[in-house]
Design a protein around this ligand. Structure first.
Ligand SMILES: [Zn+2]
Length: 155
Protein backbone atom coordinates (compact mmCIF):
# COMPACT_ATOMS: atom_id res chain seq x y z
CA UNK A 1 0.00 0.00 0.00
CA UNK A 2 1.54 3.29 -1.09
CA UNK A 3 1.79 6.40 0.96
CA UNK A 4 0.61 9.89 0.14
CA UNK A 5 3.04 12.76 -0.04
CA UNK A 6 2.66 16.47 -0.57
CA UNK A 7 5.84 17.82 -2.13
CA UNK A 8 7.30 21.29 -2.10
CA UNK A 9 9.12 22.74 -5.10
CA UNK A 10 12.58 21.89 -3.79
CA UNK A 11 11.74 18.19 -3.83
CA UNK A 12 11.06 18.46 -7.57
CA UNK A 13 14.29 20.37 -8.10
CA UNK A 14 16.23 17.72 -6.20
CA UNK A 15 15.41 15.20 -8.94
CA UNK A 16 14.73 12.47 -6.42
CA UNK A 17 12.38 9.71 -7.41
CA UNK A 18 9.51 8.14 -5.52
CA UNK A 19 8.31 4.56 -5.64
CA UNK A 20 5.46 4.18 -8.13
CA UNK A 21 2.90 3.15 -5.53
CA UNK A 22 3.30 6.46 -3.70
CA UNK A 23 0.66 9.09 -4.36
CA UNK A 24 2.04 12.56 -4.94
CA UNK A 25 0.00 15.69 -4.36
CA UNK A 26 1.09 19.22 -5.28
CA UNK A 27 -0.61 22.60 -5.49
CA UNK A 28 -0.63 24.27 -8.90
CA UNK A 29 1.71 26.95 -7.58
CA UNK A 30 4.53 24.39 -7.49
CA UNK A 31 4.28 24.16 -11.29
CA UNK A 32 4.54 27.94 -11.51
CA UNK A 33 7.79 27.83 -9.54
CA UNK A 34 9.38 25.19 -11.75
CA UNK A 35 11.17 26.98 -14.56
CA UNK A 36 11.57 23.98 -16.82
CA UNK A 37 8.40 21.90 -16.67
CA UNK A 38 9.64 19.45 -19.34
CA UNK A 39 12.47 18.34 -17.14
CA UNK A 40 10.10 17.27 -14.39
CA UNK A 41 7.34 15.90 -16.62
CA UNK A 42 7.58 12.32 -15.36
CA UNK A 43 7.05 13.36 -11.77
CA UNK A 44 4.40 15.92 -12.73
CA UNK A 45 2.42 13.35 -14.72
CA UNK A 46 2.37 11.14 -11.67
CA UNK A 47 1.20 13.95 -9.41
CA UNK A 48 -2.28 15.03 -8.51
CA UNK A 49 -2.45 18.78 -8.93
CA UNK A 50 -4.91 20.13 -6.42
CA UNK A 51 -5.77 23.62 -5.30
CA UNK A 52 -6.43 23.92 -1.57
CA UNK A 53 -9.80 25.28 -0.53
CA UNK A 54 -10.25 28.82 0.80
CA UNK A 55 -10.90 27.37 4.23
CA UNK A 56 -7.69 25.33 4.29
CA UNK A 57 -5.75 28.34 3.12
CA UNK A 58 -7.27 30.43 5.90
CA UNK A 59 -6.21 27.82 8.48
CA UNK A 60 -2.68 27.80 7.00
CA UNK A 61 -2.39 31.59 7.10
CA UNK A 62 -3.74 31.85 10.65
CA UNK A 63 -1.35 29.16 11.86
CA UNK A 64 1.61 30.85 10.15
CA UNK A 65 0.67 34.15 11.78
CA UNK A 66 0.57 32.48 15.19
CA UNK A 67 3.98 30.83 14.77
CA UNK A 68 5.48 34.03 13.35
CA UNK A 69 6.44 32.37 10.07
CA UNK A 70 4.01 34.19 7.80
CA UNK A 71 6.64 36.54 6.33
CA UNK A 72 8.94 33.66 5.49
CA UNK A 73 6.33 31.76 3.51
CA UNK A 74 5.58 32.09 -0.20
CA UNK A 75 2.17 31.54 -1.76
CA UNK A 76 3.31 28.04 -2.70
CA UNK A 77 4.42 27.33 0.87
CA UNK A 78 0.99 28.34 2.17
CA UNK A 79 -0.73 26.19 -0.48
CA UNK A 80 1.35 23.21 0.68
CA UNK A 81 0.44 23.79 4.32
CA UNK A 82 -3.22 24.20 3.31
CA UNK A 83 -3.18 20.89 1.39
CA UNK A 84 -1.92 19.15 4.52
CA UNK A 85 -5.32 19.97 6.01
CA UNK A 86 -7.12 18.12 3.24
CA UNK A 87 -5.15 14.91 2.88
CA UNK A 88 -3.82 12.22 5.13
CA UNK A 89 -0.39 12.79 3.66
CA UNK A 90 3.16 13.51 4.74
CA UNK A 91 4.58 16.83 3.55
CA UNK A 92 8.11 16.56 2.22
CA UNK A 93 10.01 19.79 2.68
CA UNK A 94 13.34 21.04 3.95
CA UNK A 95 11.89 24.50 4.54
CA UNK A 96 12.09 25.20 8.25
CA UNK A 97 9.22 27.71 8.24
CA UNK A 98 6.86 25.21 6.57
CA UNK A 99 7.92 22.52 9.01
CA UNK A 100 7.31 24.84 11.93
CA UNK A 101 3.75 25.64 10.88
CA UNK A 102 3.01 21.96 10.17
CA UNK A 103 4.25 21.09 13.62
CA UNK A 104 1.91 23.70 15.07
CA UNK A 105 -0.96 22.17 13.10
CA UNK A 106 0.12 18.67 14.18
CA UNK A 107 0.56 17.52 10.59
CA UNK A 108 3.22 15.00 9.60
CA UNK A 109 6.24 16.20 7.64
CA UNK A 110 9.67 15.01 6.76
CA UNK A 111 12.85 16.44 5.38
CA UNK A 112 14.10 15.27 2.02
CA UNK A 113 16.22 12.58 3.61
CA UNK A 114 13.10 10.41 3.62
CA UNK A 115 13.58 9.78 -0.07
CA UNK A 116 16.72 7.86 0.72
CA UNK A 117 14.68 5.69 3.04
CA UNK A 118 11.85 5.41 0.55
CA UNK A 119 14.10 4.12 -2.19
CA UNK A 120 13.80 0.39 -2.20
CA UNK A 121 17.00 -1.14 -1.00
CA UNK A 122 18.11 -3.48 1.67
CA UNK A 123 21.29 -3.96 3.60
CA UNK A 124 23.20 -7.08 2.57
CA UNK A 125 26.70 -8.42 2.85
CA UNK A 126 28.91 -8.43 -0.19
CA UNK A 127 32.12 -10.29 -0.74
CA UNK A 128 35.05 -7.94 -1.37
CA UNK A 129 36.63 -10.67 -3.51
CA UNK A 130 34.09 -12.42 -5.75
CA UNK A 131 31.35 -9.71 -5.28
CA UNK A 132 28.60 -12.18 -4.42
CA UNK A 133 25.78 -10.88 -2.17
CA UNK A 134 24.81 -12.68 1.04
CA UNK A 135 21.73 -12.20 3.22
CA UNK A 136 23.63 -13.16 6.35
CA UNK A 137 27.05 -12.48 7.73
CA UNK A 138 29.97 -14.88 7.44
CA UNK A 139 33.42 -14.43 8.96
CA UNK A 140 34.74 -14.88 5.45
CA UNK A 141 33.13 -15.54 2.07
CA UNK A 142 31.96 -19.20 1.84
CA UNK A 143 32.85 -19.12 -1.86
CA UNK A 144 36.28 -17.50 -2.02
CA UNK A 145 37.27 -16.75 1.59
CA UNK A 146 37.54 -12.95 1.23
CA UNK A 147 36.08 -10.63 3.92
CA UNK A 148 32.47 -9.44 3.59
CA UNK A 149 31.31 -5.84 3.64
CA UNK A 150 27.88 -4.42 4.56
CA UNK A 151 26.38 -2.67 1.49
CA UNK A 152 23.06 -1.29 0.23
CA UNK A 153 21.53 -3.34 -2.52
CA UNK A 154 18.80 -1.90 -4.77
CA UNK A 155 15.72 -4.07 -5.10
ZN1 LIG B 1 33.87 -14.27 -2.26
Amino acid sequence: MGKKYILDTSVFLSGKSFPLDNEIIIPESVLEELKNIEKYSILIERSKIIQPSELSLKIAIEAAEKTGDINKLSKTDLDIIALSQEFDAVVITDDYAIQNVLKFLKKPYSGMAIKEIKQNFKWVYRCTGCKIYFEKYYESCPVCGSPLKLVKKKL
